[in-house]
Design a protein around this ligand. Sequence first.
Ligand SMILES: *Cc1c(COP(=O)(O)O)cnc(C)c1O
Length: 474
Amino acid sequence: MSDKMFGDAVPDRLDRLLHETADNALRFLGGLNDRAAAVVPSPVLTKGPLPEEGVGLDGAMAQYQAEIEPYLSASAGSRYFGFVTGGVTPAALVGDWLASAVDQNPPNPGESIAPSVTDATIGQLLDLFDLPREQFDGCFTTGATAANFLSLIAAREWWADKLGVDVTGDGMAALPDLKIFSACPHSSMVKVMGLSGVGRNALVPVDQLPQSEAMDPEALDKALLESDASAKIVVASAGTVTATDFDDLNRIADICASHDAWLHVDGAFGLFARCLPEMAGRVAGIERADSITADFHKWLNVPYDCGLFLTRHVEALEKANAMDVAYLKIEGEAPTYMNRSLENSQRFRALPVWMTLQAYGRDGVRDVVRRNCSFAAKLADWIEQAEGFELLTPVKLNVVCFRALFDTDDQDAANKAFLQTLNEAGSIFCTPGALFGKAGVRAAISNWRTTEDDLPVTFKALEEAHAATAQGLK
Ligand SMILES: *Cc1c(COP(=O)(O)O)cnc(C)c1O
C-alpha cells in the first residue's frame, strides 16, 4: 500500500492526479444542467468487501467514475429546490480545496494563522449581518443543528451561573425546571433539546399568529408570565422553514427582557434577509438576541458542512466547553475554538467562507439573495395564475410553498403522487411541505447558479408532472 501511496505523492504524479481531478470536477460542474436534479429513486452501491490490497488512486478514480459519479444528483445545480440547499461558488470551492490541501486544525491558537483567520472571518460575517462586533462572538459549526445545540449549552450555563448552581458538574439535575418557549422550533432544535439533556418535554409551545408560523407575542408574554420555571429560554425564528415567517424580534426581545428570559434566534437562512436593505426590517431586533444560529452551506453557497453560532455571552459558552489539560494548552492571540464547541479537532471551515467574502464582498452575497428571492416571487406569480395550482402562503423570501389541485377528494395523497412524479422526471427537485393542514410542495431557491433562464424549465416540469399525475388519477 505504501508503495502506491508514496508513488502518488511523487510531485509529477500528484500534479497529474490533481489536474485530472480538477478536469473531472469541471466536467461534473459543466454537466449539471444535463444531470437529473435528484436521482429518484436512488440507486445503491454494492456493499463489496474491504480490498486487502488497494487498486491505487488511478484505479479508485476509475471506480468512482463508473460506480458513483453517474448516480450523483445535481444538488449543486440551479434547479435543485429541495430543503434549503445552497451550491458552491467558485471562491468557496477554491477555499475548500485549499482547506483540504493545507489540512490545518484551527481550534488551538499559537501554531499557525488559521485560528486568527477564523476570528477575522467571524468579524466580517458580523459586518455582513450588521451585528455589533463588540457584542457578539462565537464559532463555526458543522451547521445550524450544531449551532442550535450550542445555544442550549450556552444558555443553560448562563442560567446556572445566575442561579448559583453547577450545570456542567451536576448536569440538568441542577436545573430541573428549565423551559423552552417557542412557536415554530426547527426540528433540529427539538432534536438538540433531547441531546443536550434539556429534554424534548421542556418545550412550552407558544401560539402562532393566524395563517402564519410566526410567534404570537402576546401568547409568549402570557406563557412566560404563567410559567414558574426558574430558567427560561425563548427560541424565536428568523425565517421558518416552510412559510419563511419571521418572528417580531423587537417585541419578543422586549418581552424576554421583562421576564428575564434568554433569547435565541434561529436564523439559519433567514438571517440573510438582513443583507438586503429592502428586507432587513424583518430581522430587526436580532441584534438584541442572546444567541443566534446561521447556516452557510445554505445561502452563502459554501460546501458542506458549515454553520455559525453567535452569542453575546461567549464566556458562558467557554465555561461549558472548557478543558483543562496540559497537552492542549498552547497560548496565542486568537480564541481557543476547541473551548467553544463540541469538536476538539476542527476542519479549517473559515477558509472557504473567508475566500467567498474576499472574492465577492457584501455586494456579491446580496446579489445571490436578491436574485433567489426574485426567482421565488416569479415562480409564485406563475403558480397563482396557472390553472391547477395554488399557493399555500404568500412568498416572503426564497421559499415557495404550494400545491397542485386535482379532481379528487384526497388532495394530500394526489400531491404526494405529484411530487414523486415531478422528482422522478428530474428536471427540478422539490421536497414536501405542509401548511395550515394542507400537504403540498416546497421549492426553496438558494443556489447562486439559479437564474431566470431556469423559470421556463421549471414551469414546464410542473405542468408535465401535473398532467401525468392527473392522468394517473383517472
Ligand atoms: C436547515 C435549518 C436548520 C438545520 O441546519 P443543518 O445545517 O441542516 O444542521 C436549523 N434551523 C433552520 C431554520 C434551518 O433552516
